[in-house]
Ligand binder design. Structure first.
Ligand code: NAD
Ligand code: ZN
Ligand code: ZN
Length: 342
């Protein structure tokens, strides 16, 4: 089968011919319907060798498809079932895994397929190590639903853990209205109808899309955006600021936009650092940098999509054009999510 693989560190991934894996005991072979191109893959292609583990490996950590074959002992699924893949693969046995928080597995660190260690889904087939990582999609099309497993789940987790701050009249800011940001805007709309949602981006087309997806305001990134947030909140700042970019300028901006007792969530892996001193971020504004999300939350994300409360703006590319899709993502020319369809 064809697979899109990182072969050498700090080089773009390439299309290669590899054997179709076989499902061993407890494992499931999934025929890929869609594999989302996440900005993290661009970070991976730039990462030093020690971050990558054994090479080559197939990228693609945002996957959905149909059950192809069940390994010995697997029950509960049948060939042809449409499924979404929970991406962070834990041990299943540690305290965090037992609560469905396999992204924080105490044994594996929750590193899933496509991130080094295991092959990912940018291929015709994906070997999933345990059936508990599969959730039924029902009527959803795997080619459309794939981004729910990362862009959807990561954004959902980031919003849900801060929902207690979002009462009526509250303000939430989403910095970076790309794949993740667009999901976060829709999820904020769905979970907290009485919150004012503000999108911030450098790109005019992303701001336009953000408004279509339910943002009340869309602001160009920079000092004027900080001033506007302060104006909107009687000088107090936002209860929740989600930074989906994570570079120095957005982190600094995020700290200026947040309020006393608020919360700043760093989701973007832009490599920036947040300066912290007595006055900034504001007093008792907490900061967290969550990684992905929990299995039960993915079930909730799928439900929201089934209820048509959230929908990713998807552009499809065949596997042969995966390299082109990443180039477009790098250049800021993907409107929502590029999804590779083998
Ligand atoms: P994307 O390329 O689809 O979107 C990024 C958006 O940020 C674009 O709309 C871009 O215009 C905007 N942007 C860039 N610089 C900006 C600035 N200075 N101010 C405001 N907006 C700016 O990327 P994505 O796939 O949505 O991923 C976003 C980030 O989240 C990446 O760094 C990715 O690695 C990270 N990520 C983290 C997790 C996690 O678990 N924490 C999971 C998935 C992705
Ligand atoms: Zn990702
Ligand atoms: Zn574990």
């Amino acid at each position: 089968m064809k697979a899109f693989q990182i072969v050498e560190p700090q080089k773009p991934a390439e299309l290669r011919e590899v054997p179709v894996p076989e499902a061993g005991p407890g494992q499931v072979l999934v025929k890929i319907g869609g594999a989302g191109a996440c900005h993290s893959d661009l970070h991976l292609m730039e990462a030093p060798p020690e971050r990558l583990g054994r090479l080559p490996f197939t990228i693609g950590h945002e996957n959905a498809g149909w059950v192809e074959t069940l390994g010995p002992g697997v029950t509960g699924f049948a060939p042809g079932d449409p499924v979404i893949v929970y991406g962070p693969w834990g041990c299943g046995l540690c305290a965090n895994c037992r609560e469905g928080r396999e992204n924080y597995c105490q044994t594996t660190g929750g590193l899933g397929g496509g991130l080094g260690g295991h092959h990912g889904g940018m291929a015709e087939y994906l070997l999933v190590p345990a059936s508990r990582f599969l959730l039924p999609l029902g009527t959803l099309d795997p080619r459309e639903a794939a981004p729910l497993s990362d862009a959807g789940l990561t954004s959902y987790h980031a919003v849900k853990r801060s929902l207690h701050l979002l009462g009526p009249g509250s303000t939430a800011v989403v910095i970076g209205a790309g794949g993740l940001g667009q999901m976060a805007i829709q999820i904020l709309r769905a979970l907290s109808a009485a919150t004012t949602v503000v999108a911030v981006d450098t790109a005019a087309d992303k701001l336009e899309i953000a408004k279509r997806m339910g943002a009340d305001e869309a602001l160009v990134s920079g000092d004027q955006a900080v001033t506007r947030i302060k104006d909107m909140t009687r000088g107090q700042g936002a209860q929740l600021v989600l930074d989906m970019v994570g570079v120095d300028p957005t982190l600094r901006m995020a700290a200026q936009m947040a309020r006393v007792l608020g919360h700043l969530t760093i989701v973007g892996l832009g490599g920036g650092a947040l300066p912290v001193d007595f006055l900034s971020p504001p007093h008792e504004c907490s900061v967290a940098a969550p990684y992905w999300g929990f299995i039960p939350e993915l079930m909730e994300v799928v439900t929201l999509a089934q209820q048509q409360k959230i929908k990713m703006l998807v552009e499809h590319f065949p596997l042969e054009r995966a390299g082109e899709a990443y180039q477009l993502l790098h250049d800021g020319k993907i409107q929502g999510r590029a999804v590779i369809t083998p």
